[in-house]
Design a protein around this ligand. Structure first.
Ligand code: CU
Length: 138
């Protein structure tokens, strides 16, 4: 009887934690590859591009593969959002990528318009061309 009670107590304590860890990512999931040739790629798109509604919660699932160079902290690419018209950085949208898969849950900008994703790690001689379009619609 005591054993059963202990088991139940453990279940009550452990199971919710397990659920929290396995909880599904918030919002729409967008898969992106930050590739070894210093390019962002998205499956099925010749030119990678993200369209989101203003303020929409999205989860970026980014797979990063090392190009030539990396930062001292081990970051191999960056993923940073700028407003296109003045290249002003968007708050909360500055991510550093380690090799492998990482997820970032973040809200799209509240202001509709054109944005650009840029890499912030000097990842190779082709780093300057590592960018992609991001469109925010009302
Ligand atoms: Cu890069």
């Amino acid at each position: 009887m005591k054993e059963i009670r202990r088991f139940l107590v453990i279940m009550v304590l452990v199971v919710p934690c397990g659920w929290a860890q396995n909880s599904r990512p918030a919002g729409r999931v967008i898969e992106i590859l930050a590739d070894h040739d210093s390019r962002y790629k998205m499956e099925g798109l010749k030119q990678p591009s993200i369209t989101a509604k203003a303020g929409e919660l999205i989860t970026l699932r980014i797979t990063a593969k090392k190009a030539k160079n990396l930062n001292r902290d081990g970051s191999i690419h960056g993923f940073s959002l700028l407003r296109a018209k003045d290249r002003k950085p968007v708050e909360e949208w500055d991510f550093l990528l380690k090799p492998g898969v990482q997820e970032f849950t973040v809200a799209a900008p509240s202001e509709p318009g054109e944005y650009i994703v840029v890499c912030t790690v000097i990842c190779s001689q082709d780093h300057e061309g590592m960018s992609m379009r991001f469109l925010v619609v009302p």
